[in-house]
Design a protein around this ligand. Sequence first.
Ligand code: SAM
Length: 233
Amino acid sequence: MPHSVERLCEARRSKRWVHRLRRWLSPPLPLIMNPGEPRDFPLGRWNLYIGGGGCQTPGYVNIDLFQLPGVDVVADAERLPFPSDAFSRVECDAVLEHVREPEAVMREIERVLAPGGFAHVVTPFCHPLHEYPQDYRRFTLAALEHMAGGLSVVAKGWRTGPTATLLLFFFEYVKLWLPWRAGRILAHGVLGWLLFPARYLDLILLRRPEAGRLGNHCYLWVQKPAPGRPENP
Ligand SMILES: C[S@@+](CC[C@H](N)C(=O)[O-])C[C@H]1O[C@@H](n2cnc3c(N)ncnc32)[C@H](O)[C@@H]1O
């Protein structure tokens, strides 16, 4: 029996007409990325993408728990099968909530990162339950910073804001009242198309520090100190 992650991946890529129709009718995401989040930290010869099953990740070695399309190496992020100091950049986006020991993953990221290299970690704070394949926890920005350990924090903030949180929870709440899958799909489509423009309110709210009180996902950029080299780009 395929796992929830495998089923999701299959539905995203399937050529069956039901899946095509659903993709075509699906509303835009109820969230907008913070334009202030930095993205220009350099890639190197070897870069690692953790948990990119079903994604195209050019320039990265893509690892995931499952043998999904796009995955180069099937591995558990808590025990990365790579030598120390191997990667110039590591991406770990929306994965730490799914692992049993997020601290262990952070220590593995620290180990495999080359001195001077950068890692980007994104985690949910206010977000509905999503089991890929399990959902163990949520993170505040302070918790993420605490887990940086020996890595230096070079940037931090909120990727998606309070309006994304409200919309996501509202959609989930409405779906709780609908016993049939078809009703839930319809509600998701109708509410999604009606309410997605509200996501642009986060372009205003994300400029305020208080946005984190109801933030949806937070991010951290960290750098592994390199002896004798100045930190930060
Ligand atoms: C929510 S998805 C994130 C996908 C991608 N980063 C994105 O933003 O679209 C989480 C992914 O992490 C993978 N994953 C969960 N636990 C893992 C683990 N212990 N080691 C490696 N990958 C894991 C799941 O299989 C899934 O593909």
